[in-house]
Design a protein around this ligand. Sequence first.
Ligand code: SF4
Length: 220
Amino acid sequence: MPVNIAPYLDKLSEIFKVSDALYLNSQNHYIDGEGAPFSCTGCQDNCCTTVFYHYTLIEYFYLAEGLSKISDDEMAGAIAERSQAYFMEIVRNPFKTNSLRIMCPLNFDGKCIVYENRPLICRVHGVASSLNQPGKAAQLWDGCKKFVELHGGKEFPLVIDRTPFYSQIAALEGQLRKEMVYFQRYRKTIAEMIIDFIKDEPFLSNPPAPPTCPHASKGI
Ligand code: SF4
């Protein structure tokens, strides 16, 4: 029986609302020399060119919800082509993904076209943040290049703690996977997620599919 993922997406949306609010609070805390809150405006080092891996199915389904709203066939075709090219670049450079710079297939003219449905890392990357995982040393990220240029070189007075978000998403992911009986490792770039979506769902201007799990009917 297909798994109804709508309640999971609602819960993820609530988690993202909190992370977005904290990010906004952090932006307002870090004011530049002209009195403006920290923002991406004018940044030449677009972080959408960084190769990130995503580790949860729940974020895939959330992204898929955003992709299903794209009704422009030309844009959908361009996304499909860009995703394939992105994927091939990773295949050609499997050990250099940290230094590779490839524009995300979902960034058009500097804007994310699935902004409301972007994954967690796209929401918290930028400002200083930390992560505390049991049994591991605490991790601290100084923020993106622009943030470090403006505010680096001293102790950060405000750091976003990613720990509760990762913990809550992991708990949600665990419940979802149990219901789906899906226990494989998940580690995909945004391009791979899009390619999966193209295989799983109607991608062009059809009405959005109801938010059920596409894998359930395939017995994965
Ligand atoms: S999903 Fe959106 S925010 Fe994230 S890398 Fe792609 S374009 Fe940028």
